[in-house]
Design a protein around this ligand. Structure first.
Ligand SMILES: Cc1cc2nc3c(=O)[nH]c(=O)nc-3n(C[C@H](O)[C@H](O)[C@H](O)COP(=O)(O)O)c2cc1C
Length: 326
């Protein structure tokens, strides 16, 4: 081998080796976090137990919406849910206002009511189950015309006009608008309705300055940012090996809804990547006091449009390249 080629080969091999070592370390870091925070097979924190309750309760709730309903279905699942609810009450007596607990107990109530109406013979613990407070969950009937009409808002216009803005006017973004957008994003579907999406609104100028200094993709910005959102997902609601990527998939879906909701409300946005190594991730966690079980997906810069907004065209691939028909 020629000397220059050999030197090039050695340098390339060394660079690859170093890169692979960093990648392995980052994956090990993620693995450790998933093992630490995902829902264990039993017990766990209030959030982890809540996720288990929500997943089982949702199984009953969606069965209640099935047509036709088989009287007597799901008794085993309902008993398991009741056992877990009692376990939750015993281990987290000060967290009985938690959303998942309230929702699950409400769903169990609807389930028991349905079975009683059908005259199903229930085990004693279900037969005597009563609801301590106002109910949540259950089913509802939505008319076809109503659903079609509601979906006919101009999504085409919204999708085709959404564009990343990197230079904002000086008008501040209101917290009301942010709350409204988060509220709309809550409608994002999630597996077993476990709702992993979380949002941090960064409004303190000093924190915004510090975070912007750590963002790998902030250099193309023409103005400072009025407010930043951090899109996150709660690892605690997922369990087992099969769900190990769901913080990213479901968190991403939630964040996309949030982005559309912000655009719908007239707020200009730009997603800012958080493609960083664990050390930088830890730095931002410290600055923003992020819950340790939340994974950071990315940031969203917020502002208002200027009268004229020069933007990158960012052309899209043709449909034929991304749609595969089998
Ligand atoms: C996950 C993600 C990370 C991004 N990171 C950055 C970033 O760091 N800096 C930036 O200026 N734009 C960033 N963007 C914006 C993209 O460049 C932009 O969405 C893409 O070019 C398409 O353009 P459009 O949003 O105007 O349609 C990011 C977008 C996504 C979805």
């Amino acid at each position: 081998m020629e000397m220059r080629t050999l030197k090039h080969w050695l340098s390339d091999t060394f660079t690859r080796f170093r890169l692979h070592r960093v990648i392995r370390r980052a994956f090990r870091h993620d693995l450790g976090r998933y093992i630490r925070f995902s829902t264990p097979p039993s017990g766990g924190s209030a959030e982890q137990q809540g996720a288990r309750l929500a997943a089982i309760a949702h199984g009953l709730e969606k069965s209640l919406a099935m047509n036709p309903l088989r009287p007597g279905f799901g008794i085993g699942k309902a008993r398991m849910l009741l056992r877990l609810l009692r376990g939750y009450e015993a281990s987290c007596p000060d967290r009985l206002d938690q959303f998942e607990y309230q929702l699950s107990i409400g769903i169990l109530f609807h389930y028991v009511e349905f079975q009683k109406k059908c005259g199903t013979a229930l085990p004693k613990e279900l037969e005597t189950f009563t609801l301590p407070g106002p109910g949540h969950g259950g089913t509802t009937v939505r008319k076809c015309g109503e659903l079609l009409e509601a979906a006919r808002g101009d999504f085409r216009k919204l999708a085709e006009s959404r564009v990343s803005i990197r230079d904002f006017s000086s008008e501040p973004v209101s917290m009301e608008a942010i709350r409204d957008a988060v509220s709309l994003a809550r409608r994002t579907p999630s597996s077993c309705n476990r709702q992993p999406g979380r949002v941090y609104a960064v409004i303190d100028p000093e924190r915004i300055r510090k975070v912007c200094g750590l963002l790998p993709g902030f250099h193309a910005f023409g103005s400072s940012v009025d407010k930043l959102l951090l899109a996150a997902a709660d690892t605690r609601v997922f369990s087992e090996a099969g769900e190990r990527h769901q913080m990213w998939t479901e968190g991403g879906m939630f964040a996309m809804s949030l982005l559309y909701a912000l655009n719908y409300l007239g707020i200009a946005t730009c997603v800012l990547n958080w493609s960083v190594v664990p050390e930088r991730d830890a730095e931002v966690r410290r600055i923003l006091e992020i819950d340790e079980a939340h994974e950071i997906l990315f940031f969203i810069a917020l502002g208002h449009f200027k009268e004229e907004n020069k933007v990158a065209l960012s052309e899209r691939r043709p449909v034929e390249e991304i749609l595969f028909i089998r």
